[in-house]
Structures are given as structure tokens and as C-alpha cells.
Design a protein. Structure first.
Length: 290
């Protein structure tokens, strides 16, 4: 069997499992995943819930996979001949690869605008600006790759400029907003007062460093010498998936703590008055009646 068929077999097997209508293999969970992904394809039409933008963030880490869909189809169409590299960024199909790669960022941008319209909170527009800057940075990256990826001209300079701004923007949002870390007067230095993983405090500092470093992983494309661009892209994509996995732990932790603080997740809600005061008032009334 031709080894190029195995990826298609794997994709077909995955599709069958996910769309399987029978109860085994966690049908409810599989269909929940399908429904949430379908909501992502229609952003802005419904109120954005936590699962919507959380799922959108997961897809933002799949730029490598999405951008390689069109080159993969092109390679299968040409029979994986010796000119398969012409299906990459240097081909006429690069706009399609760019659109597919930026689709999650565009979805998150629309979601941020919808959340601003629903709540009026300016923070959602600021968050949307992060995804907008990401789209611009990737545009210059694809333009630079289309030109050969070896020159250091104006497109390269603009790519470095916008990518630096995007990396700083995204890293700051990760730490300050998504994780609520770097609080100046926190009990734990540069963290926050409440930590669910209190037995693993050093891991918080490791996560901060790893998150920032991977946000700047794009610098591996700059050297002219070294591994092939396809290998570099694979390494960058793999590290981004690892970063997102790490990000999920602290993002969900922060979301849970926020729900608890706002009594969205609790079994007891404090009353707006003291029961002791009510008891004293009742005793006073009884004494007055006597």
C-alpha cells in the first residue's frame, strides 16, 4: 500500500468516529464537540459563551495544520512528484493557505466585537486588537515566504515589526488577563493571592517563561542557514500546541477562581445582612411586647 494513503485512512477513521451516530464511544461528548465547532463557523450571530471563545483559542494554535491543508491537497493532486515543493508558499495557492491559517484569528476577532456589543466592556475590543495584529503579522509572513523567505527587504522588516508587536501583545494578555498573574502586591511574588496549584508554585514561573519564549518562536525562521523551512514550521507548530496545552491549565484555573469570586459557582451565597442582627431585633421586639 502506498504510504501516502495512510494519512487519508487516519482522517477517514477520525471522521467516522466523531460522526458515529451510535451511543458507544461517548456520543454526547463527540456531538458536543461538533456543535461547538459549528458555532465557531458562524461567529457573531449568537451570544458568545465561554466554551465558544475557549474553543476558538484552541484553533488559534492550529495555524500550522490549517495553513498546510491547501499544500497537502495540491501534493495529492500532483501525485507527490519531485516538484511537490511548488505546492508550498511559493505557489499561486498561498492566499488560500493564508485565509485558512487566519480563519481562527478572524473568528476570535468577530467574537471579541460581539462580546463588546453585548457587554460594552472595552477590554473585549482590546482583546480583539490582539487577533487583528496577529492577522497582519501573518499576512506579512506569507508575503515574505512567497517571495522566497530568504531576503531581508521591506516585507521582512514589516513582518518582524508586526510579529514583535503581536508577540508582546499576546504574551502580555496571556499573563495579565488570561492567567491574572504578575500582580504587584500578591502573596506569591509576581503571581496572585489565590492559586489552585499551590503545591507546584515553581511551575507558575516556568509556565510564564515558556509561554513568552514560544510566543517568539517565529525567530527561528530568520536565519538563512539551518534546517529546512518545512522542518522549522513543524517544530514551531508542535511547540505552539504544547504552549496551548500549558496555557489551558492556568486559563481554566483563572476562570474557575473568577466564577467563585463572583458566586457563579458556589453552593452558598452570603446574605446581604447578618443573622445575628436579626436575632437581636427579634429579642428586642419580644421584650417590648412583654
Amino acid at each position: 500500500m502506498d504510504p501516502t494513503y495512510w494519512p487519508l485512512v487516519w482522517l477517514g477513521f477520525t471522521a467516522v468516529i466523531i460522526l458515529d451516530p451510535f451511543p458507544p464511544l461517548f456520543k454526547h461528548s463527540r456531538y458536543w464537540l461538533v456543535s461547538r465547532i459549528s458555532r465557531l463557523l458562524l461567529p457573531g450571530f449568537k451570544r458568545v459563551e465561554f466554551t465558544d471563545f475557549w474553543m476558538g483559542d484552541q484553533f488559534c494554535s492550529l495555524v500550522f495544520s490549517l495553513s498546510n491543508l491547501s499544500p497537502t491537497i495540491c501534493a495529492y493532486a500532483t501525485g507527490f512528484n519531485e516538484d511537490w515543493r511548488r505546492c508550498g508558499s511559493a505557489s499561486k495557492l498561498w492566499p488560500i493557505a493564508f485565509v485558512l491559517a487566519q480563519l481562527p484569528l478572524l473568528i476570535r476577532l468577530i467574537q471579541s466585537i460581539r462580546r463588546y456589543m453585548d457587554s460594552g466592556l472595552l477590554t473585549h475590543l482590546i482583546n480583539g486588537g490582539k487577533y487583528g495584529s496577529g492577522i497582519i503579522s501573518y499576512l506579512f509572513y506569507f508575503l515574505w515566504r512567497h517571495q522566497g523567505g530568504g531576503g531581508h527587504g521591506s516585507v521582512f522588516a514589516l513582518w518582524c515589526l508586526f510579529n514583535t508587536a503581536y508577540s508582546i501583545y499576546a504574551s502580555s494578555w496571556d499573563l495579565l488577563m488570561d492567567w491574572s498573574l504578575l500582580q504587584s502586591h500578591a502573596k506569591h511574588v509576581l503571581l496572585r493571592n489565590e492559586l489552585l496549584y499551590s503545591n507546584y508554585i515553581p511551575l507558575y514561573y516556568c509556565a510564564i517563561v515558556v509561554n513568552v519564549l514560544v510566543r517568539f518562536i517565529w525567530v527561528i525562521y530568520i536565519p538563512k542557514q539551518g534546517p529546512d523551512f518545512y522542518l522549522r514550521s513543524f517544530i514551531a507548530g508542535l511547540l505552539e500546541v504544547g504552549r496551548r496545552t500549558l496555557w489551558n491549565f492556568y486559563r481554566l484555573e483563572n476562570e474557575h477562581l473568577g466564577n467563585v469570586d463572583q458566586y457563579r459557582v458556589t453552593r452558598e451565597v452570603p446574605l446581604p445582612y447578618s443573622l445575628d442582627d436579626i436575632g437581636h431585633d427579634i429579642d428586642d421586639d419580644e421584650d417590648t411586647q412583654d
